[in-house]
Design a protein around this ligand. Sequence first.
Ligand SMILES: NC(=O)c1ccc[n+]([C@@H]2O[C@H](COP(=O)([O-])OP(=O)(O)OC[C@H]3O[C@@H](n4cnc5c(N)ncnc54)[C@H](O)[C@@H]3O)[C@@H](O)[C@H]2O)c1
Length: 250
Amino acid sequence: MTSTSTTRVAFITGGAQGIGEAIALRLAQDGLDVAVFDMAGKEELLKGVTKKITDIGRKAIWIVGDVTSEESIKDAIARTVEELGSLDVMVANAGIRHAKPIIEMTPEEWNRVLAINATGIMLSYKHAGIQMIKQGHGGRIIGACSVSGKQGFPTAGAYSASKFAVRGLTHAFSQEMKPHNITVNAYAPGLIATPMLAVSIEAGRDKALAPTQKVAQPSVVADLVSYLALPNSYFINGQIISIDGGWIYQ
Ligand SMILES: NC(=O)c1ccc[n+]([C@@H]2O[C@H](COP(=O)([O-])OP(=O)(O)OC[C@H]3O[C@@H](n4cnc5c(N)ncnc54)[C@H](O)[C@@H]3O)[C@@H](O)[C@H]2O)c1
């Protein structure tokens, strides 16, 4: 992977907090300029992340949007390219949990989880791929899977289904992107200390959170993404990499 400009540019969905924020800061430390993208209502958090990135010495922009909207993703990528010069690393990280047994789940709740966690990742992958093919110098596309994308857990039916979708999508898209020197991989974390995990634990109804499992900091995932974003990670492609303290073996 080579770049026409000297500085590579990363775009991170769900970049306002949690794993997305940790990835944004880590990629900035690695020397990339960064666009952080998140939902309306997260403006102050986005500004805070952007400030931390510029304090590191990299350029940063923040963009409000919704990963379930194709226009929103397309426009955000176009703005990133216009303001930062290119798109070299897409981190399709945004996701939600909705812990509920299937017999209590409404189709609307199910569709919302699938819209953000599966369709949102597909749209992020798609428009990153289009932009990177146009640039013609390869790229890195990295998505958020989960331990729940390798095994289903009670109360995590919709979440698991959405993360299994990310797994299939990542396998398929990596093969489509291979001729363009674009790799497509996903991280599959276990329990990571973020607002998402805190909300799930507070709700007290998330049976997927086995108490025997250890919890790691978001920086652990950011370090893996840092490697996957490197030009020299070109020989890892189509992989769903478990980062779960030794929980699921596949
Ligand atoms: N925390 C964990 O234990 C854990 C474990 C496995 C996988 N993951 C996955 O890692 C990713 C990040 O998780 P996290 O723990 O940092 O979660 P988080 O809830 O702390 O952060 C997720 C971010 O995504 C944003 N987001 C949600 N819907 C969006 C939308 N429609 N458009 C744009 N942004 C949207 C949220 O506003 C939020 O800022 C998720 O995909 C999650 O499923 C997390």
